[in-house]
Design a protein around this ligand. Sequence first.
Ligand code: NAD
Ligand code: DAU
Length: 362
Amino acid sequence: MILVTGGAGFIGSNFVLDWLAQHDESIVNLDKLTYAGNLENLRSLEGEARHIFVHGDIGDSTLVSRLLAEHQPRAVLNFAAESHVDRSILGPGAFIETNVVGTLNLLEAVRAHWSALPADGQAAFRFLHVSTDEVYGTLGPGDPAFAETHRYEPNSPYSASKAASDHLVRAWHHTYGLPVLTTNCSNNYGPFHFPEKLIPLIIVNALAGQPLPVYGDGQQIRDWLYVKDHCSAIRRVLEAGTVGDTYNVGGWNEKANIDIVRGVCALLDELRPRADGKPYAAQITFVKDRPGHDRRYAIDARKLEKELGWKPAETFETGIRKTVEWYLTNPEWVEHVQSGAYREWLGQQYGHRQAQKESTKA
Ligand code: NAD
Ligand code: DAU
């Protein structure tokens, strides 16, 4: 038995589905079901006895303590977080509440449980914290990719809150001996990705005939990894990672945002051409930049590759095709997540952003 938090979100739900497809071991899935949590992601598990869903908050120590005592998991994997940088700029409080205070409360409940285990149970137990490359800050064009030894230089309320949580996890190991592992991953994409993030937003807006908003000059670089490769990395770190260590996870796929957007448009032109025969790229609209926008992320994943033998299964080309095909075959999932609350967010986020330049280039 393992306990997963945030298992109804994008990465967490992919992790739960992959885990149960590959293991006999059960999962207790604790999720608060914020706007980003969606039980439809887990619909294929209906009637699956190995999946126990619990609606609740990682900050609720009483609930977490009860779950630990009742299910005696051998590991806790913490995916739960507020995860969207733009939301953290408009409202940082929720990020501190869940990512910092929530992680603190979770760590304390886990520590109390772990301290009372017999010696062999303590030795086998793991707390795996899922974190991000954004804690390392931003890179210049010629800088080497982030290694695990790169100093922490978070620039957004989101990345600062994740950095704080990483520090708490580290301290709980060094001070109390809690057997922790931390993973710092680059940008994920794939099925069940909430359409506030770049790739799903572009697919969904393109199909709806809406503008495709590109921040600033579109030359910011992200390092993209197919979500199922992130899940396989987490499974490998849980299985064989050195306690107290951190592991960078990335796909060696650095791409400028504008190239991502044009690539998605080209795939849609092939798979679902526009009725008027025009290219989807005609919908690209350059808008006001994100405040404090990090220019470049790149992950050096050699430690994970060399020490634990992990390799991604997908290239960017295979992964992005699978992703676009998934959105084309799951329009009802998109319709359902586009609730009233989501439409309000779009108004708040993009309403004030003036279109700076319309591109009609393919
Ligand atoms: P997400 O926003 O899609 O999902 C977050 C999930 O956590 C949701 O199901 C939500 O309901 C749940 N949650 C939020 N607050 C909670 C709380 N207080 N208690 C319990 N559940 C709560 O996020 P994601 O993209 O799946 O990211 C998962 C984790 O991976 C996060 O920790 C994020 O920082 C990290 N990460 C994400 C990416 C990425 O590209 N998406 C990359 C690297 C690391
Ligand atoms: O690097 C890992 C991080 O990747 C995770 O820790 C975060 O949880 C995850 O949300 C993601 O953060 P980003 O800010 O990189 O992802 P997002 O999809 O929001 O943006 C990707 C890039 O695209 C970024 O440079 C901003 C830009 N962008 C984004 C949106 C939503 C646009 O140009 N237009 C948009 O409308």
